[in-house]
Design a protein around this ligand. Sequence first.
Ligand SMILES: [Zn+2]
Length: 336
Amino acid sequence: MFTYCIEVLNLSEPEAYLRIAVARASRAHPLLLEMLADGRIHLSGIAKIAPHLTMENHAEVLRRATHKSKRQIEELIAELSPRPDVPAVIRKLPARKPSPMPAPLTAPSPRVQLRPDGVTSPPATAFAPKPEPLAPSRYKVQFTADAKLKEKLERLTALMRHSDPEADLADVIDAAVTAKLERLEAKRAARTSAPRKSIEQTDTTPGSRYIPAAVRRAVHERDGGRCTFVNAQGRRCSESSRLEFHHERPFARGGGHELDNVRLLCRAHNRYRAERDYGRDTMDRYRRAASRAREPEPVYFVNGIRRDAFPDKRVLGRQPTKRDRAARRHRAALDD
Ligand SMILES: [Zn+2]
């Protein structure tokens, strides 16, 4: 059968294994073929879930697996057959041989670094380790650390064991991640346990380029740390990263930092509103006006700091980048 798949049907080895596994599973549970035919489940999903199907549970399990991604099916399996927690380990990997191929197209072994200065150019999401579900709310996380990180983890473990002799690797990473998260969130949302000024004591007149910390805190709190853009169908944007403070009445037209004039928008929606507030024409003129009379420059705020909406004129003349196109798709999806 395997040879037939490879030599006659010209399937690759993994493709052949997948199809044979699915064919075998469908003998015991013919419903699988029906679901496969009408797109309720995919081949990889069947191969994952098949070993966990019984005569008793298959109807219910397959109902729950309908239209689920491979990851969601893994979560379902973790619930059906929970696996025990894995022990916390640090182990040495064999030294990596230098790759003879320049710039491989497939992702190299993920190197996750906790040091902000150690993070290199590839986008974090591309190399983010995917936690593997073990049982409900239990995940196995795996990554490769360099010698410096290993040494820091050991130092932190030793320090933490003064107060908590049981602390293991997961506790140490939890403590480090929590501390970093608190610091970054405090910076982003001006969150602090001892605010210097309340919103009532804050001067919100538009004289300064900084949005006062009390306003940033209150806006972040009120908007739930999420973009507040709502499209024509009433759907709110779910973006919670790279948020910017948007002035309803533009700063360049005298809008102040009052609480009801400032709201959170994601980067794409902030740019979209900039175009709407100042008009395409203004933007087009701005684009051409390297030496001619200046339009009032659109002003927006990023992390509470005043920025020109189009700070770099070279940016306007260039070809759209991948990120521009992604932002446009993101806007289109929300404005459809
Ligand atoms: Zn948004």
